[in-house]
Design a protein around this ligand. Structure first.
Ligand code: SF4
Length: 299
């Protein structure tokens, strides 16, 4: 049987499963603007969706559209990003907001080329916005979707790294022709990968497509195998040190926004690593170094 023939019963089962099991995230089911959907996708890139929810709600309350975010100070943006991680994403999102305000009259553009032309918006985010916000027929290709499609249709693990041409071809081939069905397909396959068909411990016994899955039928060969390097441990890394500095700055009172040098030094005992991290944060535009050795969030 061809991939396309196999995909139709799988699509029906996943659509029914989605209907009954989709998590009630606040940007789903038509409740968010296209801009809100884009913000949710950028926030979710390195962070679990369930953790993103309170940050997204606070953010959208403060800055409901691109124009509002464009006018925020850098300090406000970095503070609101909180512990979502990889805070350069927050600055890129604000750059994106300024382009949307200035070049698109505060309305998110609707074509793939225009979306990928925005600061910080790559293939995945552009496709996700086109599908989830605009209802367009386009294959969304993220780690979860790649893993599920590879297991179900190929009976093997997707090995991580950049998406291979064969994975893109498969995603496009099995995408339903009908636009509305394609949106549900993207959402349901992605949701299955996030909650049931997880990387290390897929819950095959409760999976809606267990009877159609080539990976399960083959005995789950090489379960959890990846070719990418394992994630770098966090403790002791520059990421940890940068996070300590940013968190200390976020919690300062508004009337005393400078962290003096001695308090910076108290954050981390290896002062060579600390100084490198402070310099890299300054270089990334996330903090400002003052002549006396203190630091603050950019105004
Ligand atoms: S049967 Fe198991 S491996 Fe196959 S899609 Fe479902 S959870 Fe994933």
């Amino acid at each position: 049987m061809s991939d396309i023939e196999r995909s139709e019963p799988i699509r029906r089962k996943l659509a029914a499963w989605w209907e009954a099991n989709a998590r009630d995230l606040p940007w789903r089911f038509g409740r968010a603007t296209p801009w809100g959907v884009l913000v949710s996708e950028v926030m979710s890139q390195q962070t679990q969706m369930s953790r993103v929810v309170p940050y997204w709600q606070t953010w959208m309350h403060a800055w409901p559209d691109a124009a509002a975010l464009a006018d925020a100070t850098t300090a406000e943006v970095i503070t609101a990003w909180g512990r979502l991680g990889y805070p350069r994403r927050a600055l890129r999102l604000q750059e994106c907001a300024r382009v949307v305000r200035d070049q698109y009259a505060d309305e998110l553009p609707r074509t793939y080329d225009e979306l990928t032309g925005l600061p910080g918006i790559g293939d995945y985010t552009a496709s996700a916005v086109m599908s989830f916000a605009f209802g367009a027929r386009i294959a969304v290709i993220d780690t979860n979707i790649r893993r599920v499609l590879s297991r179900v249709f190929r009976g093997e693990e997707s090995l991580g790294g950049a998406a291979k041409p064969a994975e893109r071809q498969l995603a496009n081939r099995v995408l339903p022709d009908d636009a509305a069905q394609s949106v549900t397909w993207n959402q349901s396959v992605m949701e299955l990968g996030a909650t049931v068909c997880t990387a290390k411990n897929p819950l095959c016994d409760s999976c809606p497509v267990r009877d159609d899955c080539a990976f399960l039928a083959a005995g789950r060969p090489g379960l959890g195998e990846r070719h990418t390097r394992p994630r770098q441990r966090f403790a002791g890394t520059d990421r940890q040190v940068r996070g300590l500095v940013l968190n200390a700055l976020r919690t300062l009172p508004a009337n005393a926004p400078v962290l003096p040098r001695e308090q910076v030094e108290a954050l981390w005992s290896d002062h060579v690593q600390l100084d490198q991290c402070v310099a890299s944060l300054d270089n990334d535009g996330l903090i400002e170094m003052l002549p006396d050795g203190g630091v603050r969030l950019p105004r």
